[in-house]
Write a protein that binds this ligand. Structure first.
Ligand SMILES: Nc1ncnc2c1ncn2[C@@H]1O[C@H](COP(=O)(O)OP(=O)(O)OP(=O)(O)O)[C@@H](O)[C@H]1O
Ligand SMILES: [Mg+2]
Length: 322
């Protein structure tokens, strides 16, 4: 085997990655619509099938475990049935988890009602994290870091990462790469991270709109300087992704998808692959090539799913390597 990306994928089975962030449960109810409700002008769905999947940081974790890597997930949830489901799903996917159950909050659940392949409504159950919950999260992270090779922070803006500044700093002090999938309009708490991976819209929310590649680069370099990052990756949907490194390098990787079915969770796959690759000391450039290939695969699957390892290996076998 001489393809360097395949060699890294092979080494990734030895990776140990800690994922910390906003965990969720994605719930799907499928059924037919036969009539309109007599109570209101809305369709009545007769639910015939239900499905549940790990979402948010839990989806990031299942992507890492799906590679055969060891993944430990730390997140806040309620003390409820949704948390039980999430725990069971994570165990089934081989994710080691420390779900911190806070009786004062609900587990974040995103329920989609789907009829004939069409989503009729999405119903979100969420409550803001409590101060105690946030403190317990950081404590569990510090205790559990152990022999991790990298830290992935998956921020969905649910408030659980109140102390993200400490999380980043602690990981970096331990000598680990810390990669962050950011949210919101203030990135200062991510100061000192190895890499952040905003999508285009998120990037523009903090750095302002860019009209061309030069303007994107100027703004990206501004953010790298301000936040003392090693690098910044802007994911750009069908355009692919662009990596800016502190030393001045800029690399654009075009999107790789053959067919696009559902882009949900592509960002989760990107951060998961980058974290697992850096954990086995791949370069940032190698990491984003693997991440891009993996993202191109998951957009061909319905819902947020873990990238199948054999499909990723097949895709990487076609790459030049770097
Ligand atoms: N429509 C698409 N066609 C081809 N590739 C895509 C498409 N959408 C996403 N991708 C791939 O997935 C990567 C990440 O997608 P995107 O920029 O949408 O991230 P995101 O908005 O964070 O995703 P998420 O919905 O999970 O939050 C892209 O860089 C690209 O490689
Ligand atoms: Mg995203």
């Amino acid at each position: 085997m001489t393809n360097p990306l395949l060699m890294i994928l092979d080494r990734m089975t030895e990776a140990r990655v800690t994922v910390v962030g906003d965990v969720m449960l994605d719930r799907y109810w499928y059924g037919g619509v036969e009539r309109i409700s007599p109570e209101a002008p809305v369709p009545v769905v007769a639910v015939g099938r239900a499905e549940e999947r790990p979402g948010g940081a839990a989806n990031v974790a299942q992507n890492i475990a799906g590679l055969g890597a060891r993944c430990r997930l730390i997140g806040l949830c309620g003390d409820d049935a949704a948390a039980d489901s999430l725990a069971t799903l994570l165990e089934r996917s081989g994710v080691g988890h420390r779900l911190i159950r806070d009786p004062l909050v609900n587990t974040t659940v995103k329920l989609r009602v789907v009829s004939r392949n069409q989503q009729l409504i999405r119903i979100d159950f969420e409550t803001q994290a409590t101060a105690d919950g946030c403190r317990n999260l950081v404590a569990a992270y510090r205790e559990g870091l152990g022999d991790a090779g990298a830290v992935v922070v998956s921020d969905y803006g649910k408030g659980g990462l109140n102390h993200v500044r400490d999380i980043v700093a602690f990981g970096r002090k331990a000598g680990l790469p810390v990669v962050v999938d950011p949210k919101g309009d203030d990135y200062r708490p991510y100061h000192g991270a190895t890499l952040i991976t905003p999508n285009r819209k998120e990037f523009e929310q903090v750095a302002g709109r860019f009209r061309d590649e030069d303007e994107l680069e100027r703004k990206a370099r501004g953010l790298i300087g301000e936040l003392a990052l090693d690098a910044l990756l802007v994911t750009r949907r069908e355009e692919g992704m662009t990596l800016f490194e502190r030393d001045g390098a800029r690399t654009h990787v075009p999107a790789r998808a053959h067919e696009v079915y559902d882009v949900t969770g592509a960002g989760d796959t990107v951060i998961a692959m980058v974290g697992a690759a850096l954990a086995v000391r791949a370069s940032l450039l190698q990491a984003i090539h693997i991440a891009n290939a993996a993202a191109g695969i998951v957009v061909g699957h319905l819902g947020a799913v873990a990238v199948p390892r054999d499909e990723l290996a097949a895709a990487l076998a076609l790459e030049e390597g770097s």
